[in-house]
Design a protein around this ligand. Sequence first.
Ligand code: NDP
Length: 254
Amino acid sequence: MEKKNRIALVTGGSRGLGKDMALRLAEKGIDVIVTYNSQAGEAQKVATQIEQSGQKAAALQLNTGEIGSFDAFIVRLKETLDKQFGSDRLDFLINNAGIGGYSPVAELTEEFFDQLLNIHFKGVVFLTQKMLPLINDGGGIVNISSGLTRVSMPGSSIYGSLKGAVEVFTRYLAKELGVRKIRANVVAPGAILTDFGGGHLRSNEQLQQMVSAITALGRPGVAEDIGGVVAFLCTEDARWVNGQRIEASGGMQV
Ligand code: NDP
């Protein structure tokens, strides 16, 4: 009988960290579905690159901040799994999609708070809930947090707090899903040069110098520093790693 590949879904897999995660998962022999919010072309390029490497891949639209759209997404996901992957389930969910957002507490608006809340926490909770029946027993969930839950930077209070909520939620997932042998872990990147926050870090040399100064390895991160850590968590080598927060920040303020 043909051995079935494992399948991962990476939210926000069109660019940045999610793209590297998708490519590194494929290198491990895992088929990948990437989601995107608006950049369909970029997501399709990632899927094509994965297919060229010999794995199956697909790209689906999903706004992770629009909880009301999740039921329709699950229907499209099931169709895609059936038609393109010959499967009714998948193995790994990587909750990666996110936006940068900075505001001092004194200037915080409810609108900004709700936007970050929906994308960074409420969406993660309810997408995970709706995906649970589709995840094979023995699979895994990786939630992407941030070094900003441990290191406080002015302007990131809400973002950091919501990522902190994701970290606590992940421990509860590990506890509740252990019965199904589904592992749940957090990867917390340090500051990485991506499009994140409108390329906030990439376009600000002073900020890069500040990050380098507080990082033991002396530079900001790049996407390629992160994808392999997530891919590792989706292998047998990580089968005993559960309910953990793994920070990949080059030793930021250690
Ligand atoms: P990028 O801005 O480079 O990429 C963001 C990705 O998320 C894109 O694929 C984008 O899709 C998708 N996305 C954005 N908003 C939504 C939405 N509302 N619904 C669905 N998808 C969405 O960011 P990064 O790759 O840097 O960030 C990825 C994750 O890593 C985030 O959770 C972020 O908080 C976290 N992180 C980032 C750090 C950094 O310094 N870069 C540090 C620590 C954590 P599209 O291409 O269609 O717009």
